[in-house]
Ligand binder design. Structure first.
Ligand code: PEP
Ligand code: MG
Length: 817
């Protein structure tokens, strides 16, 4: 045994839960010996990922002087561990070994060896041979012959698929493929059969991109390694699911045809300031001499680790605030940071005497140029992703600000990715003007949540506004005034000041009830997507939680949360809401929100397919578990259970039946305060409200979906954004029908984005809506808008609006002049 202590062990895994369980298993084997096993796993308790800085800390904590053996799971775990090694000081690095052993088997034997006082070489040798027993037991001959590095040959499995994604294997689907290819102990290669390309590793995003796989191309897959069969099945299943990408993605920056009616106010508020183009500003590369290669490489590694952490945080935030689909763009960015081709290129340049900054910028530029040279315009545009991530790392190395654009003023762009929207700082960005875009798209929802006024669909001419020109933006009406004359500028300034005063009054009265001038109380609740949101909602003055999108608990994870986990989270939300009613919506996935652990067949029209309650009723265990968790919480706090996307009475009966069973399973009968309701998102449900009303306590109108279904205008498709206008009299008629059907039997609230439109408050009250539910930042202004309403006048105005010719005529009636 070493005089300085036992060899320490570090587990690097994408999953914290997996690492903890593996350590638990190993500790069983060593019966409480004082062995140091530390973990660096997951970005937090539930987010998968690996982080070099965490690994450095884990290695440092595991070191007792006799050395540290690091065991890793797959793909980027290995790369992160390599980066971590580079970040260690030379003394400690000298006694750390990254061991290629399988994680669980390797850990168990390594723990036993280390606890017995083995040297570091002995521990590594033990771990590396950890599979021998299993191989000998199961099938010695073939298993021994297969290794991830074995050349392609007799042991390999093959398959093929046709890519039907509109833009081929572009960044997001390619990133999903890379993730899938790296998940297992298998070597996965692909080639574009349609162009007779070379074979490339499916674990490299940049290599895949060079295949130029377009929609309709046939791709061949070759897999070898101990988990080849499983890997091949998963890759083919992923391809059949179109790489989990909705097939209705709008064309990139395409000029919308025919339907555009000019700029659309998309996020309310007023902003004035100098125009700022969202184009990237070049970074000046200093001409500094390189130090030794190890120091230069460490500089790169450190910057990459920092950027990886920043992107991981942005991903988590965006998944919560906007949605998993948009958040997945960050996976592509993360994978670029791990890209072996990119890192090898940088390393080679550094080894040849280049500085970290020069090596990185040259390699990134070369990779971006490869993308730019591709024939497919969509893939060509991916060069921007490479440059954006490359610049982030460069800035981290140079210690300059992380923002890629100067955003102090009015930001003008063709469109923004949710990533870019997520990074904008409300204190700096007076307003956003997008040449394209849709008011219902998730990037705009994010801008609204941040309180940044925005106008979309301003047209390509907006891109020619000269940098620095003063632009005034009304995010409610859609007005964009370029270089306003002095008097207009003054008047606009006065409006901005008046709005700021109104907002400050609204904030001061946010916790008070919203009562119309003639004494009707309109409850204003909050739409939530996390426990943090619940805290924000109470601080913002919410009377209740009108919509809890429980999807946040299910998306982006490899398994469903069990009843205990769900109960704990719902309970936490209830506690944060301090006794206020919470409306728990059952899982609303499908459509554009696929579940990782529940692969569903590809659908030609996912928004008209198995989503919302339809999916839950097809996978009853999911719904039963969820209802049991809700039933438990309902015994402690006022709970409303709400079913999404209900179209028929049969669906409602089936869901209510399962809820009754869940209530019986708690053994405590029916909680007194429990209410049961449904979303009204399908036009037929609005028209059948009277029939539904006999079986529910409340309706909550989801105007986001009701609008897209009523007007046949995809909520994510900018080309039809002007048609999907919530002020359309046809939509108002469906709201009226819901209120009339509900009369005397069920209450009616609105929880779609329309509820937060201050112009709509009178209209909705006039149509018979009794409560509104909005995102926490909109609570104060929504309450203030209600306080200005006289419900009798509102009823007259609502009836007039129902017979208006168009959405714009309705708006004019509400706000003449
Ligand atoms: C809606 O459709 O209006 C709604 C609130 O549901 P979601 O936006 O979650 O689809
Ligand atoms: Mg909806």
């Amino acid at each position: 045994m070493s005089a300085t202590g036992l060899v320490g062990l570090v587990i690097v895994s994408h999953s914290r839960a997996l690492a903890r369980a593996a350590v638990g298993l190993a500790q069983e084997m060593v019966h409480g010996k004082q062995l140091k096993i530390t973990i660096a796993a997951g970005l937090d308790d539930t987010t998968f990922g690996t982080d070099a800085t965490q690994i450095v800390e884990a290695i440092t904590a595991a070191d007792q002087g006799a050395g540290v053996v690091v065991l890793m799971d797959l793909g980027s775990a290995v790369l992160s561990a390599e980066l971590a090694l580079d970040l260690l000081d030379d003394e400690l690095r000298g006694r750390v070994v990254l061991c290629p052993a399988p994680l669980v088997e390797g850990l168990v034997v390594a723990a036993v060896a280390a606890a017995g006082g083995a040297t570091i070489d002995e521990v590594v040798a033990e771990a590396a041979g950890a599979l021998a027993g299993k191989i000998g037991h199961l099938d010695p001959a073939p298993a021994a012959a297969v290794s991830a590095d074995a050349p392609a040959g007799a042991d390999e499995l093959t398959g093929q698929f046709v890519v039907t994604n509109p833009h081929g294997l572009h960044a997001r689907p390619a990133a999903r493929l890379v993730q899938e290819a790296r998940k297992r102990d298998a070597r996965v290669s692909i080639r574009n059969r349609s162009t007779d390309s070379e074979w490339v590793a499916a674990g490299s995003l940049s290599k895949i991109a060079t295949l130029g796989v377009r929609s309709g191309h046939e791709v061949e897959v070759r897999v070898s390694g101990s988990q080849a069969a499983e890997a091949l099945d998963h890759v083919l299943a992923l391809a059949a699911r179109h790489f989990d990408e909705p097939l209705t993605e709008p064309p990139v920056a395409a000029e919308p045809v025919g339907t555009r009616q000019g700029p659309i106010g998309a996020a309310p508020g007023l902003g004035i300031g100098p125009a700022r183009s969202a184009r990237l500003r070049p970074i000046a590369i200093p001409d500094t001499a390189a130090e030794d290669p190890a120091t230069e490489w460490r500089r790169v590694s450190k910057a990459i680790a920092g950027v990886r952490r920043a992107i991981g945080q942005l991903r988590t935030h965006t998944a919560r605030e906007v949605g998993e689909t948009e958040a997945s763009i960050f996976d592509a960015h993360q994978l670029l940071l791990d890209d072996t081709e990119l890192l090898d290129g940088v390393r080679a340049r550094i080894d040849a005497g280049g500085s970290a900054v020069a090596a990185w910028s040259q390699t990134v530029a070369a990779l971006a140029a490869e993308f730019t040279a591709l024939p497919d315009p969509y893939l060509r545009a991916r060069a921007e992703d490479v440059t954006a991530v490359g610049d982030q790392v460069l800035r981290a190395m140079l210690g300059s600000a992380t923002s890629t654009v100067d955003t102090t003023g009015v930001l003008i762009a063709a469109d923004l990715t949710p990533a870019e929207a997520a990074e904008l700082v409300p204190e700096q960005v007076a307003a956003v003007v997008l040449a394209f875009g849709s008011p219902h798209a998730h990037n705009v929802i994010l801008l609204r949540a941040k309180g940044i006024p925005a106008v979309v669909g301003a047209g390509p001419a907006a891109l020619h506004i000269a940098e620095g020109t003063v632009v005034a933006v009304d995010g409610t009406s859609g007005e964009v005034i370029v270089d306003p004359p002095d008097d207009l500028r003054r008047r606009f300034g006065d409006r901005v000041a008046a709005l700021a005063r109104r907002q400050s009054t609204a904030r001061a009265r946010a916790a008070e009830p919203a009562i119309t001038t003639d004494g009707r109380v309109v409850r204003v609740g909050a739409n939530l997507g996390s426990v943090d949101d619940a805290r924000a909602a109470v601080a913002a003055g919410a009377d209740f939680a009108g919509l809890i999108r429980t999807e946040f608990l299910f998306l982006g994870r490899p398994d469903a949360p069990d009843v205990e986990e769900q109960t704990a989270v719902y309970r936490k939300i209830a506690e944060s809401m301090d006794g206020r009613r919470i409306t728990l919506r059952t899982l609303d996935v499908g459509g554009d929100k696929p579940l990782e652990f529940l692969p569903t067949p590809a659908e030609a029209n996912p928004f008209l397919g198995v989503r919302g309650i339809r999916l839950s009723l097809q996978h009853r265990q999911l719904l039963t578990d969820q209802l049991l968790a809700m039933a438990r919480v309902a015994h402690q706090t006022p709970v409303s259970v709400m079913f999404p996307m209900v179209s028929t009475l049969d669906e409602l009966f089936a869901a209510r039946g399962l809820l009754d069973e869940a209530l019986a399973a708690t053994g405590r009968g029916r909680p007194q305060d429990l209410q049961v309701g449904m979303m009204v998102e399908v036009p037929a449900a609005a028209l059948k409200a009277a029939a539904f009303a006999r079986h529910v306590d409340f309706f909550s109108i989801g105007t986001n979906d009701l609008t897209q279904y009523a007007l046949a205008a995809d909520r994510n498709n900018e080309a039809v954004a002007a048609i999907g206008d919530t002020f359309d009299p046809g939509l108002l008629a469906l709201i009226r029908s819901t209120c009339q059907g509900a009369a005397g039997q069920a209450s009616v609230s609105v929880c779609g984005e329309f509820a937060a439109d201050e112009r709509a408050a009178g209209l909705l009250v006039g149509l018979g809506v009794e409560a509104l539910s909005v995102s926490p930042p909109a609570i104060a202004s929504t309450k203030e808008a209600v306080r200005a309403v006289d419900s009798r006048n509102a009823a007259v105005a609502a009836t007039a609006a129902l017979s208006a010719d168009s959405a714009s005529a309705v708006r004019e009636q509400l706000n003449p002049g």
